[in-house]
Design a protein around this ligand. Structure first.
Ligand code: UT7
Length: 331
């Protein structure tokens, strides 16, 4: 069985910056409160009303194809993980495939909220490991600004727009590179603490749901925080133990960027040194499905072949998980 390796990374961030100072003018908050409680200073916003999550995905895919010198027609599958699809249906993956020229790929979306990219990565890897597919793209992207209430100070300070993706191919190096292990978990009883109340089949859109502002992210932050701190740390520790890794063996911790305090709790539990943790929450906030590919993209030129990475996430659902992989190329 050939393992699935990441062979290229691409990403896209909108240009417009929404800073904490800007938010101070919109809601009753302060840069000091936001930064000390979350670690966020600014986030990117896709301002152009004609653009959506698929545009983030198309840009990321084009960068992946260019960097890896891959013919778009050779991609066999694209998985898009998102909570802000362009439409309820069809899948955003199909829209991305069409506009990026992936004419031979089948595609589907996957929704696991903030853990989506890890769920997508582990799912995409199965197609490679099964030997049925040789080139799979996994995109994690969100236009969170489309579901954020910029009058709600408890959520608007957290989220931003952006995303990225990776190309998965079989590792034929004989050096045991690629995705080695993954642990994915969910607990649906946590649904109520983080969800979008209306717009689905339970509460379809109506004048009333709009009046009640139910098409935005609803979060009970404290409850999500408590579960995130415990579960993201637990699952990271579990995957390290299962693979006989101690903190010194790990080259990089790649955490979902929801809150700097959650990242720090995970880091502390795993004992991984601070300088080995990828953190960019200060610049981009929580881009939901985008955070982990954006970290890989930003740190790509610091990564070396054989580096051991632990990817970890927690999100709505609840969903959480961790992936252990060995980086497959020098930049
Ligand atoms: O990625 C998916 C998963 N999502 C997460 O992981 C998010 C998890 N949750 C969190 O990160 C944190 O719970 C938040 C950052 C959302 C909130 O931080 P907190 O330390 O849990 O604050 P809190 O909700 O307990 O609020 C403390 C106080 C409250 O005032 P009172 O009741 O003590 O008077 C809030 O009303 O802070 C107030 N507050 C604010 N003050 C200034 C809440 N939001 C703000 C704000 N600016 N933006």
């Amino acid at each position: 069985m050939a393992r699935a390796k990441i062979s290229a990374v691409g990403a896209y961030l909108p240009d417009h910056i929404l800073s904490n100072t800007d938010l101070e003018k919109m809601v009753d908050t302060s840069d000091e409160w936001i930064f000390s409680r979350t670690g966020v200073r600014e986030r990117r916003i896709l301002k152009d009303k004609t653009k959506a999550t698929s545009d983030i995905g198309v840009a990321a895919v084009k960068e992946i194809l260019e960097k890896s010198n891959t013919d778009p027609a050779d991609i066999e599958l694209i998985i898009c993980t998102t909570v802000t699809p362009d439409y309820v249906f069809p899948a955003t993956a199909n829209l991305i495939a069409d506009r990026a020229g992936l004419k031979n790929a089948f595609g589907y979306d996957l929704n696991a909220a903030c853990s989506g990219f890890l769920y997508g990565l582990t799912t995409g890897a199965q197609f490679i490991e099964a030997g049925t597919h040789k080139k799979v793209i996994v995109v994690g992207a969100d236009k969170m600004s489309s579901i954020i209430n910029y009058g709600d100070r408890t959520t608007c300070i957290l989220f931003g727009d952006g995303g990225g993706g990776v190309l998965l191919e079989p590792d034929e190096s004989g050096e045991d590179l690629g995705i080695i292990d993954s642990i994915m978990k969910s607990d649906g009883s946590g649904w109520e603490f983080l969800h979008q109340k209306s717009g689905g089949s339970l509460n379809p859109p109506s004048y009333e749901t709009i009046d009640r502002q139910e098409h935005f992210v609803y979060q009970e932050g404290k409850n999500v925080f408590k579960s995130a701190v415990v579960n993201m740390a637990d699952v990271s520790e579990e995957i390290m133990k299962r693979n006989n890794l101690d903190s010194d063996d790990v080259d990089w911790l790649v955490p979902h960027q929801a809150n700097l305090r959650i990242i720090e709790a995970t880091r502390a539990r795993t004992g991984i040194a601070q300088e080995k943790v990828m953190i960019n929450i200060e610049k981009y906030g929580n881009t939901t499905n985008g955070t982990i590919p954006l970290c890989l993209w930003e740190w790509e030129n610091k990564l070396n072949k054989g580096d051991k990475l632990i990817l970890s996430a927690f999100g709505g659902g609840f969903t959480w998980g961790s992936i252990y992989l060995k980086w497959a190329y020098d930049s």
